[in-house]
Design a binder for this molecule. Structure first.
Ligand SMILES: [Zn+2]
Length: 377
């Protein structure tokens, strides 16, 4: 039996926890066990998911309590958040989190500095380009000022401690990213500016400007050989799944302009997992992350890992949790992700396709070494 428990996880796509001083009533806690923002789904549907029913039994085992949601909730609340979180990370042998600087930067979450100070995980950060651009959009009166400040900020990202970029363009205007001229972007900026000034804020969801931003950041990532994460596939309802398939990004990959960017396409692009697996098999600089599908597709996790391993070179597949807000989500992702990987590698060894040594090497790569190579290689 393949046992990967000794391999430390470098969790390269995750989000900060909700702070210990934020009240966590039962209904709110339950609401984190889905990606849906809908109140009825959170309250009525979550108890009918395998994520919840299996999750509660698993958590009860860890917390040594009755296998009911009420008992699990009581047991997790009976200990300090730091004890709960550090214990769960230690139990699943996680040692590093790569967080995005703006993701989940609400008043309820720990800052990245506080994550590093309070918990047993080494914290690294990525620059989320859309949120960063929104701040600069509000600070600069003209498009030229906006573009100069944006480029300077992105070029300085590594110097300011970021190990790469991240884009949520899939959640805003889709992955069919087009080539936009500077003039077109300037026009889009001018059209959006008055309303943003009135509102005192902006949520960049203009396809012309968003596409221009992504290509501008890609040009900088190309010059600096930076890793660049893109959300793809499943996510919350901000997202139009029809344009979340990474096949839409082919013009970028084919252009030859970004051959030194390490594209890390997140969420296994689920349900477009095989499409992403194909891209990662064809292009040397495309990597396949398998998070969010882990843990949310639950009993289908082994199937997704099989689909990933069938075609894709093993040096291109990266584990992460995409966990957020609660230590429990991290724990379930790490536990189910590692167990599914062990199960599938066992099958592959039984089929004679990999030796046991090759299977161990694959497990070590997916949980740890591939991630080191992409971000620090
Ligand atoms: Zn994600």
């Amino acid at each position: 039996m393949i046992d990967l428990s000794n391999i430390p996880i470098i969790d390269h796509h995750a989000h900060a926890l909700v702070r210990a001083d934020v009240p966590m009533p039962f209904e709110k806690w339950q609401g984190y066990f889905t990606e849906s923002p809908n109140a009825l789904v959170k309250q009525r549907d979550v108890p009918h998911t395998i994520m919840w029913q299996w999750g509660m039994r698993e958590l009860a085992g860890y917390l040594d309590c009755e296998p009911t949601a009420e008992a699990v909730y009581a047991a997790r609340n009976a200990m300090p958040l730091t004890t709960l979180a550090n214990g769960m990370w230690e139990d699943t042998h996680s040692e590093t989190l790569i967080l995005d600087y703006y993701g989940f930067a609400t008043h309820e979450n720990y800052t990245l500095e506080a994550m590093a100070a309070n918990f047993n995980q080494k914290i690294e950060k990525l620059l989320r380009i859309e949120t960063y651009a929104q701040d600069i959009f509000m600070q600069e009166a003209t498009f030229d000022g906006f573009l100069d400040a944006l480029i300077a900020g992105l070029e300085g990202a590594r110097a300011s401690g970021h190990i790469g970029f991240k884009s949520i363009v899939a959640y805003r205007t889709g992955l069919d990213i087009g080539w936009v001229s500077r003039d077109e972007a300037a026009h889009a900026f001018a059209a959006l500016k008055p309303e943003a000034e009135r509102a005192g804020k902006i949520r960049l969801a203009d396809k012309t400007l968003n596409d221009f931003l992504v290509v501008t950041a890609l040009e900088i990532a190309e010059r600096q050989s930076l890793p660049f994460q893109f959300h793809t596939g499943l996510g919350d309802t901000d997202l139009d799944m029809r344009t979340a398939n990474p096949l839409h990004m082919r013009p970028l990959f084919q252009s030859g302009r970004f051959d030194h960017v390490r594209f890390v396409l997140l969420h296994g692009s689920y349900p477009y997992t095989r499409d992403l697996g194909y891209l990662a098999a064809m292009y040397p600089n495309i990597y396949m992350d398998i998070s969010l599908a882990i843990p949310f597709i639950t009993i289908q996790i082994p199937q997704m890992i099989r689909e990933a391993l069938g075609l894709t070179p093993i040096n291109k597949i990266l584990y992460s949790s995409d966990a957020f807000s609660l230590p429990e989500i991290y724990w379930l992702a790490n536990r189910w992700g590692r167990a599914a990987l062990e199960k599938v590698l066992d099958e592959i060894v039984d089929a004679g396709a990999l030796t046991e040594a090759q299977a161990y090497d694959a497990g070590e790569r997916i949980l740890n070494r591939n991630i080191r190579e992409v971000y620090w290689g």
